[in-house]
Write a protein that binds this ligand. Structure first.
Ligand SMILES: CC(C)(COP(=O)(O)OP(=O)(O)OC[C@H]1O[C@@H](n2cnc3c(N)ncnc32)[C@H](O)[C@@H]1OP(=O)(O)O)[C@@H](O)C(=O)NCCC(=O)NCCS
Length: 169
């Protein structure tokens, strides 16, 4: 079992893997087009030349990146693949010198073993602005925000909002 950076021909399989868990809300649904567009964010888990898992690292800036869409084929879980994917994404974050990695999950126990600690959603405005604001579950979100590293001291938001927002520390 090994991980590698994803390529465009992997997009269909990545879409399939994410779809298994997006119906019940475990993972955010990702369209095929979205996966193609962001395929360079993805790492895949391969065994015997078959893709059995995937995960993505979305870069907001050097102050913050987010682990997203992490999943292992149900038939292949419990063999260390999930852990490998997280480590590969953390390596990517290190390569880009990102100081804080966040994620939103309903499985905090899995990520706490990998050095993530529970955080407040409000500490991560980049993420709130990107996804939460348009999420139908915004007011009754049951996901736990987690971070690894130093909490961001600012956020980079797209126009027309001021692009750089300093946070209270
Ligand atoms: C979460 C997930 C990626 C883990 O993948 P996996 O290949 O089964 O995980 P691993 O085999 O690497 O497990 C690593 C460790 O985490 C533990 N673990 C695995 N899934 C867990 C869970 N749901 N809750 C708590 N601990 C978990 C394992 O027991 C193992 O512990 P150990 O090292 O002490 O034996 C996989 O269960 C999955 O795809 N789930 C559906 C999608 C999902 O929930 N994604 C994460 C939400 S954002």
């Amino acid at each position: 079992m090994r991980t590698r950076e994803a390529k465009l021909p992997d997009a269909e399989r990545i879409h399939e893997l994410i779809s298994v868990y997006s119906g019940d809300g475990t993972l955010l649904p990702r369209t095929f087009a979205e996966i193609c567009e962001n395929v360079r964010d993805f790492v895949v888990l391969v065994r015997d030349r078959r893709i059995i898992g995937c995960g993505a690292l979305h870069l907001y800036g050097q102050h913050l990146a987010e682990i997203r869409s992490i999943t292992v084929d149900p038939a292949e879980q419990g063999s260390g693949g999930g852990k490998r994917l997280v480590k590969a994404l953390l390596d990517q974050a290190k390569k880009h010198r990102v100081t804080c990695i966040c994620l939103f999950t309903r499985k905090p126990e899995f990520f706490s073993q990998l050095g993530f600690a529970v955080a407040q959603r409000e500490d991560l405005p980049d993420k709130i602005h990107k996804d939460c604001c348009v999420c139908p579950r915004f007011h009754f979100c049951d996901e736990v925000a987690m971070v690894r590293g130093e909490l961001p001291k600012f956020a980079i938001l797209p126009e027309p909002t001021r692009w750089l927002v300093k946070l209270q520390v």
